[in-house]
Design a protein around this ligand. Structure first.
Ligand code: ADP
Ligand code: MG
Length: 255
């Protein structure tokens, strides 16, 4: 019950107010030979109902940062505060339950279940989410497919859909449990340029439904569409816009 309340509160935060706050977040990986710094003292804020870009070259730490936002990975130091609540205080089980209600995740390679139809892929998310009565699943799945523009393709298998349509199914699946935040790691990285724009426009439009969209891209043009943005280089923020971030001068990173 408390979870539902928290979800509703975060979904209804006024546009632009701080939804996710990342403070002094670092992630290092140590093995016998060396210690590698993947994220180095990263601080920024994601405003509610924003289109938020994480931009930077390959290897700069973008995916690692997303995994911290979703609680899939834990920081070495620092913290993530999501709608006023700290993620690090939660057990793995509590984090998994929390994730199911609060974030929808979209991948570059769609990650649909190939043996299930578009509709069944969304239904599976509803079943795993556990927040909606079974009697409501079918209508919810259809609503989600319609929101992303493929309402008449519910009976198709992923192999019977184009790349852009498959990514739309993945977005419908991410929307299923009505999370306030969608997290997308290079969501158009596997699409041609025409399809990229169509899918990106659809994703961006979800902010009008109250969603906060956090997306990773290494394309400057797509990063430029964001209302707020950070730019990563070698695990540090070297540029930002409307993200309340502490930045490091590029020359210092490259030294
Ligand atoms: P991006 O998504 O921006 O391409 P990543 O977050 O995937 O970057 O990775 C950032 C850096 O951290 C890369 O140099 C990568 O090789 C390294 N890295 C990521 N995960 C691990 C890991 N589990 N062990 C060692 N190095 C890792
Ligand atoms: Mg990546």
């Amino acid at each position: 019950m408390a979870q539902t309340t928290a979800s509703k509160q975060s979904a209804t935060l006024p546009p632009g107010s701080p939804l996710i706050r990342v403070e002094h977040l670092s992630r290092t990986i140590a093995n016998r030979a060396q210690r590698t710094v993947i994220l180095d003292n990263v601080t920024f804020t994601i405003p509610a109902q924003s289109l938020f870009a994480i931009n930077g070259p390959s290897g700069s730490g973008k995916s690692t940062l997303l995994n911290m936002l979703t609680g899939i990975d834990r920081p070495t130091s620092g913290r993530v505060i999501f709608a006023g609540q700290e993620l690090r205080d939660r057990s793995e089980n509590a984090l998994a339950r929390w994730r199911g209600r609060h974030v929808g995740i979209i991948f570059q390679f769609f990650q649909l279940v190939p043996t299930l139809t578009a509709r069944e892929n969304v239904l599976l998310a509803l079943e795993l989410g556990g927040g909606m009565p079974r009697s409501a699943w079918r209508k919810r799945a259809q609503d989600c497919l319609e929101i992303v523009g493929i309402g008449s393709f519910g009976n198709r298998l992923p192999s019977e859909l184009s790349g852009g349509q498959q990514q739309r199914v993945a977005v419908a699946r991410a929307l299923a449990n009505d999370p306030p935040v969608l997290i997308a790691d290079e969501p158009t990285g596997n699409l041609d340029s025409h399809t990229t724009h169509a899918v990106f426009d659809m994703l961006a439009g979800l902010t009008q439904r109250g969603k906060t969209i956090v997306y990773v891209t290494h394309e400057r043009e797509l990063a430029g569409r964001a209302g707020s943005r950070i730019e990563l280089l070698d695990g540090r923020i070297v540029g930002q816009q409307n993200a309340d971030a502490a930045t490091t001068h590029v020359a210092e990173v490259e030294r």
